[in-house]
Ligand binder design. Sequence first.
Ligand code: ZN
Length: 848
Amino acid sequence: MKSPLHLRLLLLAIAGVTLVPSVSAQKQLSGETRIRLALEELNNLGSVMMIAAHPDDENTALLAYLARGRHVRTAYLSLTRGEGGQNLIGGDQSDELGILRTEELLAARRIDGAEQYFTRAIDFGFTKTAEETFTKWPREKVLGDVVWAIRRFRPDVIILRFTGTPRDGHGQHQVSAILGKEAFSAAADPSRFPEQLKYVQAWQAQRLMNNPAAFTDRQQTENDAIPEKLELDLGAYSPELGYSYNEIAGMSRSQHRSQGMGTAERKGLLMNYLVTLSGDKARKDIFEGINMGWSRLPGGAAVSVLLDQAAREFVPAHPEALLPLLAKARQLASAIATQTKSPIAGRKLTEFEETIALCGGVWLDAQADKFEITPGGNLRVTLTALSRSPLDAQMVGEKLAGIPAVPNVVIYPGALVPNKPFQYSVTVKVPPSQPYSQPYWLEQPRDGSMYSVPDGQQIGDPENAPVLSAEFRMKLGGTEIVLTRPVVHHYVDRVYGELLRPLAIVPPVGIDFSGTALVFPDTKSRRIEIPVKANTGKASGDVHLELPNGWKAAPASQHFDLTGADEQTTVAFELMPPQADSQGDARAVAMVGDRRVSSDTRVINYPHIPAQTLFPPAESRLVRADIRTLAHNVGYIEGAGDEVPAALRQMGCDVTFLSAADLLHGDLSRFDAIVTGVRAFNTRPDLRANYQRLFKYVENGGTLIVQYNTPEGGPNNTAVESPALAHIGPYPIKTGRERVTVEEAPVTFPNPRLPLLHKPNEITSRDFEGWIQERGLNFASEWDPKYQSVLESHDPGEKKPLPGGELYTRYGKGAYIFSSYDWFRELPAGVPGAYRLFANMLSAAKTQ
Ligand SMILES: [Zn+2]
């Protein structure tokens, strides 16, 4: 386990902007190393952007080398936020998972020193080809977003992680390189995406390079064989930081906890390769032939001279002595910025002000008395300025920004006494019209596999701008500087110490009416209970349902009274489905006074990220379809977490979660069927230990259904020996990596007379309509002839049939079924056919 002390030392050493874990208070850990790095960065005008498809595709060691070792402005552009993956640390999926992965990337960037950007493209799951990816991602739109990112960031060098060929595997990986190559020249062409030129200029990066990923041994061997490559030791040690870049990469990469990316902090040589694709060929250095200094701007050489002098004269115990030099350099830089209108010079001015504050021992803080507030409410904000150097320091004024049309401008001049906090508090009235803090890319419904972002200028931002920020204008040793800090809420946790939470604007209540579809297997009405929770204080109102045609609810509305923050109640409705099959969306609406609320309030909270708030629409899918099952009591062995049990309950099953003790000596004979959850054999040693009892249960007449598990070993191996999966069936089954990624791929029945296809539900091709994301993954690649294949499916264009997605065998008096189809996605989504197929599996021992 990594101790907080370790993290603290790390940050002291690598001079991160905020402390890791970032939920800890926003500590500006100054010190010698930090000031040295700031001086180096001020004197470097170079920049580089890495492009790939997902959180975790980035070469963290290369990012750390560039940002921390070469002091260039460094960015990672990930086409997606990784919303299509699996979450190894909690139940958050889809939109929530995208937010979690965004924050993990930002946590990683705080360690390796790079910046983070995105496009609007959504990770919709695995694809085998670039063509398949482009059927989901409109090519021009995603290209436009990459061009926008380049024009905004203006990198000297662009580095692609992939090659744009089938070697990359995942179709989205291929696309990241195909579009990266295209964007390299399109960004420079004013006739491409001219609408962007209102805000940015066309930009020609000087060099396009490929840093081919080596995720497998085969890829590593291929990389070793590349001719004319630039070689780089990313295991190089930085005496200044006390770490090698690859060590920093290990710390950074380990922030990808939802992907289980915990990585060793390796020391020693690590050779990496880069190949020039466009621009002058780099032979020895990534930035060969590129002027990285101030002299690239007219009149800039003089700035470099002053900054070199500052670096030479830096005395760690007296950083304030650098102030006159820095002030002079900033004045020159400011004149250059005015004359040249160069965005890079403009950006450097902010860096100058931060470095001056750093050398002057200045600490600034803007604190809210709460972390969430409803529109119309009042907020107390305390601004603190502290100067910890002998320099003469004056506050000239303070101002809050972010909430428009509020009389919250504060001017409060005064002298700062060294090491004595200068504090000022102000009450901010949040206007009733203030929008909620929904992440900007979730404000509107998705447009296919792209986010809808009405304000084009926000595209690519990793997260929302702070709700409120404070601007501090001060004079330090005679130099006026302006510094901005976000308004955040600090609190002290008795276990973890001082923590912070971003400020969020929230509705008065949250209605939990989203997630798993409501499935009605027959015409019986059902009572549904909808939780309503007060967010910030007292809240009363009425909830009603807006239903699709043919559906009815009683009563028409339900009243609720909540007397304080976080108090919760439920409102109940009797929901009556139509006679015939029907599907549609229902919406729950709370009227609180004249405010209409139709969303939940959800907080994503993990120890390694700052808590994030979002407002999923209070909408549920309603499905009426005839689904018959003969299984009443079902035992569920939960794996990595899935919503299948809730779906089984909707079919009328009683679901019991089986513990380690149940598996060891519980009475299993009371279950009509036992189901292992997603990746249960990977995650549950107690399941692996007790497999013999489960097969005994089948032998005695039970039904066992095993959902998908992940084989261990390299991703390119299709059949590997996985000790954890040695006993997933009563006869040998080898789990492979075959998958069917096209959700419309035809499904056929290799053994059409199997009862699984007829009883109690007659299965037809209609049952494979309306599936989402994919058909299934990690199909069996080899199996004992005693199994019979139930379903066959393969992606269009692939010739090889894949009958290993669902296997059945009679075992003793019972039935065993291996099924790698996507039940964990299709059941929560309310796909009627998936319910019918699963109901037949649950009933297998009784119908065979
Ligand atoms: Zn990837």
